[in-house]
Write a protein that binds this ligand. Structure first.
Ligand code: PMP
Length: 429
């Protein structure tokens, strides 16, 4: 349904912006076709520059958990804007949001605000290295932690003990300090530790990965990692940029009752503004400058407008925990509806789901890690994506992403999504 104005804007943007977009997956390259240019959004709906309306299942890749143009957040931002956009000096709101995050997220005793998830994870591993005096990190294949050099490492099967740069521009020197292990395999972590004795500063992972599609930790995996890290003096970092304030108000760590040493946060924490954060035990966070020697800074960090949006969002979630039950119920309803569609059409694709995150994988294999996620038929996914768009449903334009449900999705809209899914799968049959 990509029509005139989006096409024209994309052609024009390509002259001045690499690939026409400011973040690659927005270009729809993986699914074929051109991206929609968006004009506005309200509640559960997205409106493009040709006045087409779509049901939103990405929600800005996670932040808009209350739907778009939430009145409370808008009001807080407008009030904050009146006092100037930035001071580069401390404000009361920064202390208030830090206290709220400490109260909501079990592992966090102290927290530093940054401007994106990428900054949060880059800073977290620097602190883990400074704290432990060790250099190497273990990253889990298929997890995404932003575009910091240390994380852009290929997830190839031969790369279990030594990282290889995935992106030109990442030096071999950086890559050699990132070791890779498959998700859900404690054995492989143990092997890496054995072959790199006393060298591992941190293990970083998404506790419930959303970046290879939605994948769930098997029972005992997260607590097993916790135990290994305790035994080996390794900092356990949960990247909860997606799952934080989404799976529960205290994130995946609250849900699974496994407490990491450092947590990285983003997306919902800014209510739609560019915000990230990293926090954890005081003992570790006190290594951060100016308290400690590990340098990390930001001209716009703790920006007053961003803090106003983030504080209002978090306060709302903290005071209305019932929304997590609501989100789980509506998401389960959609997932069950899609499962019934698959059954009716005699298809056995895989659906993974937790809370308000879910993915439909175009594979018959159970998806438990990156390798099994990659058995999906991405061509088929592309066709599914384009046809869903034509039905007015806006999905993430990649098989290797989770969908995010917002509280703006009503039962009626959920039924419309299930119906669109049936018609599209049937037409592809
Ligand atoms: N970590 C995770 C788990 C993410 O999903 C993302 C973004 N999708 C990031 C880090 C990076 O965040 P940002 O795009 O804000 O830099």
């Amino acid at each position: 349904m990509v029509t005139g104005n989006s096409k024209e804007l994309f052609e024009s943007a390509k002259q001045f912006i690499p690939g026409g977009v400011n973040s690659p997956v927005r270009a729809f390259k993986a699914v074929g076709g051109d991206p929609l240019f968006i004009n506005a959004a309200e509640g559960a709906y997205l409106y493009d520059v040709d006045d087409n309306r779509y049901i939103e299942l990405i929600n800005s890749w996670g932040p808009m958990i209350l739907g778009h143009a939430n009145e409370l957040i808008e009001k807080a931002v407008i009030e904050a804007v009146k006092n100037s956009l930035s001071f580069g000096a401390p404000t009361a709101k920064e202390g208030e949001i830090a206290e709220l995050i400490v109260n909501m997220v079990p592992s966090v005793e102290k927290v530093r605000m940054v401007n994106s998830g990428t900054e949060a994870t880059m800073s977290a591993i620097r602190v883990a290295r400074g704290y432990t005096g060790k250099d190497k990190i273990i990253k889990i294949e298929g997890c995404y932690h932003g575009h910091g050099d240390s994380f852009l490492i290929a997830a190839g099967s031969g790369a279990v003990t030594m990282g290889t740069p995935d992106s030109p521009g990442v030096t071999k020197g950086t890559a050699k300090d990132t070791l890779l292990a498959p998700f859900n395999r404690l054995e492989s972590i143990k092997e890496l530790i054995e072959s790199n004795p006393s060298e591992i500063a941190a293990i970083i992972l998404e506790p419930v990965p959303g970046n290879m599609g939605c994948v769930l930790p098997e029972p005992g995996y997260l607590s097993g990692l916790r135990q290994i890290c305790d035994e080996e003096n390794i900092v356990l970092i949960f990247d909860e940029v997606m799952t934080g304030f989404r799976l529960a108000k205290g994130g995946a760590q609250e849900l699974f009752n496994v407490i990491p040493d450092i947590t990285t946060l983003g997306k919902i924490i800014g209510g739609g503004m560019p915000v990230g954060a990293y926090g954890g035990k005081s003992e570790i966070m006190d290594y951060v400058s100016p308290q400690g020697p590990v340098y990390q800074a930001g001209t716009l960090s703790g920006n007053p407008v961003a803090m106003a949006a983030g504080y209002t969002m978090l306060e709302y979630l903290n005071e209305n925990p019932g929304i997590y039950t609501q989100l789980e119920e509506i998401t389960s309803f959609i997932v069950q509806g899609i499962q019934q569609n698959l059954k009716k059409l005699n298809l056995s694709y895989t659906i993974n789901h937790l809370g308000s995150m879910f993915s439909l994988f175009f594979t018959e294999k159970e998806v438990i890690d990156f390798d099994t996620a990659k058995t999906s038929d991405t061509k088929k996914f592309g066709e599914y994506f384009r046809r869903m768009l034509n039905q007015g449903v806006y999905l993430a334009p990649s098989q290797f992403e989770t969908l995010f449900i917002s509280t703006a999705i009503t039962k009626e809209l959920a039924e419309a999504i299930i119906q669109a899914n049936y018609e599209v799968l049937n037409s592809m049959h």
